[in-house]
Design a protein around this ligand. Structure first.
Ligand SMILES: Cc1cc2nc3c(=O)[nH]c(=O)nc-3n(C[C@H](O)[C@H](O)[C@H](O)COP(=O)(O)OP(=O)(O)OC[C@H]3O[C@@H](n4cnc5c(N)ncnc54)[C@H](O)[C@@H]3O)c2cc1C
Length: 383
């Protein structure tokens, strides 16, 4: 009779958090299974977009600045060793009004930690970044070492590396676990039992449906629309020579034309509640009209540019934007790793390292990531 395989850890979810967790656990010598219902970086996962910004600025939150610094190091190391093209060194430009506190605090934190950054007057902005119109903007903060990660490609590359190093990938969906004080196995849609000493659920916006009692009221998946507009004919100034950017005046972010997909714009304000499993992925006409108005405002030359592509994606928000990475409160060997809250991708290598560390017992848990710190009413503090 064949003996059932027993894993040290089964990681459910092969998005950015799951693949990096599986890789770090494997590198610590653990026998690891990695499961996903639809495949690493699939188009409905939060990690499945073309691009994600990586920047170090986080207002007063040194915690996330330090995480981003560590993650940047690990992303660059990974890209270098795997010879994958995963990072574009575009820099990140924060656009601010006089009254905006977050960018002022960001400048203070980055300066204190020695992270390269430049404060730019409106006149300097105009000279350095002629693609933009800075109407309504008083000053800017430029992070020269920040940039853009090729998200889907990166997740798939990390998953492939994890498998190459001995992680077993299983392309099946995990059914809702039967929770007790301990869980000995989980079951997939094919009836396969996955037996392990510990389980990590890194299931992004699917988490509230998997754990309705504990997470149903503590995670707030939201519908986020993203638009790609064509660039000016024969122009290269909207490519990676232009920085990624965020404007506090409109809660709006943008990414240059990467791999000829067009210039990308998205609202960072939370959209309506969203179910990643059942919801459709068509953007709204209202959203498109609003975005075109912003395109005209920031890039007058592109005001009438055709829409090239659009996507709908889920943010997996916690009450205040802090990650949720903790042991399940009712189950000693089940861990939750999620709550990326629209800013998690960049941190994934550091998150995976952290999850592996707390599971292996040699990393001190961060109180801000704890289940106990998660409220049932949203009041965003981390951006
Ligand atoms: C439009 C948009 C823009 C963003 N921009 C940025 C940015 O610029 N910078 C940044 O740092 N972050 C950004 N983010 C946030 C970032 O993308 C997410 O925080 C991050 O990708 C979350 O990764 P994850 O692994 O937790 O979730 P996901 O990538 O969603 O992965 C979860 C995985 O779990 C799997 N799964 C779920 N349930 C099951 C089950 N029962 N069985 C098996 N598998 C299951 C799913 O199939 C999925 O693959 C953005 C997000 C969006 C939506």
């Amino acid at each position: 009779m064949s003996k059932r395989r027993r894993y040290d850890v089964a990681v459910v979810g092969a998005g950015a958090f799951g693949v990096w967790t599986a890789l770090h656990l494997r590198r610590r010598g653990r026998k690891v299974a990695l499961l996903d219902a639809y495949g690493p970086g699939h188009s409905r996962s939060s990690s499945g977009g073309e691009t994600r910004i990586i920047r170090m600025g986080y207002g007063p939150d040194e915690l996330y600045t330090r995480f981003a610094l560590r993650a940047m190091k690990l992303w660059l190391q990974f890209a270098h060793r795997s010879k994958e093209h995963l990072f574009l060194h575009t820099g990140m430009l924060w656009l601010a009004r006089r009254q905006d506190r977050y960018p002022r605090e960001t400048l203070r934190t980055l300066t204190r930690l020695g992270v390269p950054c430049e404060k730019l007057s409106r006149a300097e902005l105009g000279k350095r970044f002629p693609q933009f119109s800075f109407r309504g903007i008083d000053w800017g903060l430029f992070e020269p070492e920040a940039g853009v990660l090729l998200a889907r490609r990166a997740v798939q590359a990390v998953a492939a590396q994890a498998v190459a190093e001995g992680v077993e990938y299983i392309g099946e969906a995990v059914e809702m676990p039967h929770l007790d004080s301990r869980v000995d196995w989980i079951v997939t849609n094919t009836g396969r039992r996955i037996v392990a000493d510990a389980f990590v659920f890194a299931c992004g916006a699917w988490l509230p449906d998997l754990f309705p009692e504990t997470l149903g009221k503590r995670l707030f998946p939201s519908r986020q629309e993203v638009f790609f507009f064509s660039i000016a004919r024969g122009s290269s100034r909207y490519g990676p020579a232009m920085p990624a950017w965020y404007s506090f005046a409109d809660n709006l972010y943008g990414i240059p034309d990467v791999e000829n997909r067009g210039i990308k714009l998205g609202f960072d304000a939370h959209g309506p509640r969203f179910n990643p499993e059942t919801a459709d992925r068509l953007v709204s006409q209202r959203g498109l009209r609003a975005m075109r108005a912003h395109l005209r405002r920031y890039f007058p030359e592109l005001g009438d540019a055709p829409l090239a592509e659009a996507r709908v994606c889920a943010y997996e928000n916690t009450s205040n934007g802090d990650f949720l990475i903790d042991r399940h409160p009712g189950c000693e060997n089940v861990w939750i790793a999620g709550g990326g809250s629209g800013h998690g991708f960049k941190h994934a290598p550091a998150v995976g390292e952290y999850v592996a560390g707390v599971i292996c017992g040699d990393r001190r848990p961060e109180p801000r990531f704890a289940f106990a710190a998660k409220e049932t009413i949203q009041a965003r503090q981390v951006y």
